[in-house]
Write a protein that binds this ligand. Sequence first.
Ligand SMILES: [Mg+2]
Length: 99
Amino acid sequence: MPSDIWTRGALADVWEERANQERLRSEGRFTHTCADDGISDFERYAILAEEMGEVARACLENAELSNDVHGANLRKELVQVAAVAVAFIENIDKRTAEE
Ligand SMILES: [Mg+2]
């Protein structure tokens, strides 16, 4: 069981980002989070893949392998990937509980 300060810090940021997703949805920035019903698992996967693409972009920028620089922050993008994955898991768990 992880319990060190680094794990707690990472999970705290994922928790905060997960709450941020809900806020952005409520403000109309997007129609669904991956926790919501009304979209398919393929669409949830596309959302997750989009975030993973941003991780790839950050890696390329950090390695100075891209001249198409957007100032991507690797850690921030990884937190977003984790938060999207958590939302996806929440939806699966809700569906399972309703069975
Ligand atoms: Mg992102």
